[in-house]
Design a protein around this ligand. Structure first.
Ligand code: 5GP
Ligand code: ZN
Length: 112
């Protein structure tokens, strides 16, 4: 997707503060963090949102969710963390490339 910010990050056309990469996932720091640690886990493939996922994405979604606690631990979020997936305009999604927010640290995040 030529006009997708996250596809441009995947392609190396825009910079990011990368924390993890494998053949199908990329993780980087959110540019406007909600908390001391705020990561975005994205698939490298352009998937618009959770609403576009199908059973063929089962393994990919599972990999994302299993990566979240591992990276949270690696970033010192020992007392816990939040995960958030905004889906569609009504769900507050601003970047239309699937991503899972993982954040925490500092004052406890009690609501979002
Ligand atoms: P959404 O509201 O779509 O769930 O969240 C999109 C997130 O992407 C926001 O938290 C925003 O700060 C982050 N973001 C938007 N553009 C960029 C960017 O170019 N680089 C990084 N690292 N984060 C971005
Ligand atoms: Zn994209």
């Amino acid at each position: 997707m030529s006009d997708c910010i996250f596809c441009k990050i995947v392609a190396g056309q825009l910079p990011c503060s990368k924390v993890y990469e494998d053949d199908e996932l990329l993780v980087f720091h959110d540019i406007h963090p909600f908390a001391r640690v705020h990561l975005l886990i994205i698939p490298k493939a352009h998937i618009v949102s959770l609403a576009e996922c199908t059973p063929e994405h089962e393994r990919l979604l599972s990999r994302i969710m299993l990566l979240a606690p591992r990276l949270a631990k690696e970033h010192g979020l020992d007392s816990g963390f939040k995960t958030l997936v905004n889906t569609g305009r009504g769900g507050g999604q601003e970047v239309f490339h699937l991503h899972v927010h993982v954040f925490g640290g500092g004052d406890p995040v009690t609501h979002i």
